[in-house]
Design a protein around this ligand. Sequence first.
Ligand code: PMP
Length: 354
Amino acid sequence: MSIQQLFRPDVLAMQAYHVADAAGFIKLDAMENPYRLPEPLRSELGQTLADVALNRYPDPHGDGLKDQLKAAFAIPAAADVVLGNGSDEIITLITQALAAPDTVVLALEPSFVMYRLNAQFSRVRYVGVPLAADFSLDLPATLAAIASEQPAVVFVSYPNNPTGPRFARAEVQAILDAAPGLVVVDEAYQAFADDTFMDLAGSHERLIVMRTLSKLGLAGLRLGYAAGHPEVIAQLDKVRPPYNINVLTQAAAKFALRHIEVFDAQAAELRRERERLAAALGAMPQLKVFPSEANFLTVRVPDAPALFAALKEARILVKNLHGYHPLLANCLRLTVGSPDENTAVLAAITTYFA
Ligand code: PMP
């Protein structure tokens, strides 16, 4: 059998997940926190990791880590937690655990691409409901799709990547009330947002609140977590690969959670920088800045590919969203960086329009 015959046609037709080479660039394309762990914490972490037994498999359930997550992020006592190798993996677990011939996965469009890709990987039908042109939720269309498609799961990115706004709480609540299956409120950007559904985790049977340490400043660790009703979390745990959270990640995450104030302070600064960047970009008549409760700003410009190229020329890497979805025409997504990085991107955009 040839390789072409061996693999699924939809896999053969796919492109691999593309990550741009950022060496030598100001990197504002992937919603990373610009700051590393400060000294002396970095040296202390080195000591902690040196003591980790690499010859042993990790704690399969990560119970100690879960307890620290519950305390640090106000996860209700009624909720259980499942850990993922990034919240990417939790999307995979949810989709796999639900996948049956008639399963439907529903999400809003444009939103995080992994909801759709995981549906494809698990060979279940994906329904994308378009947002309104201002990136708000089209609630009537969403509720109509939920009623007609009866999705096993609805993914809601809250705030939404790649657009920036957080949907109205009452509208997400309406989705939760109407959905027959699970509703995953993906709070990847919660550190930069003004609302959360975490208070309902565990008491609402069908709600899963998903978070990640990635945007907080620990993207390299690959640790995501989801809180929900114990019976739901127990099913997800069955499809989780054993030992999915390696010993170094578990140890480093526990260490980081003991110093959570460092990450809180960084998130507070990034929020202030987001507002500074939004005000300065908003003052440019050529630009439309969408409101954001995340650590990025999505902007519409006259010619996104041209501005993307000009910024690249200035050694600044942002995300060109043009071409991903009709609603994202001529949009760029700028991750909020350090003050110097934000000043550099502002200067480059000012020069471009001069
Ligand atoms: N959800 C959303 C909305 C995201 O934007 C991302 C990353 N871009 C993720 C989940 C996945 O994050 P991670 O796998 O790093 O936890």
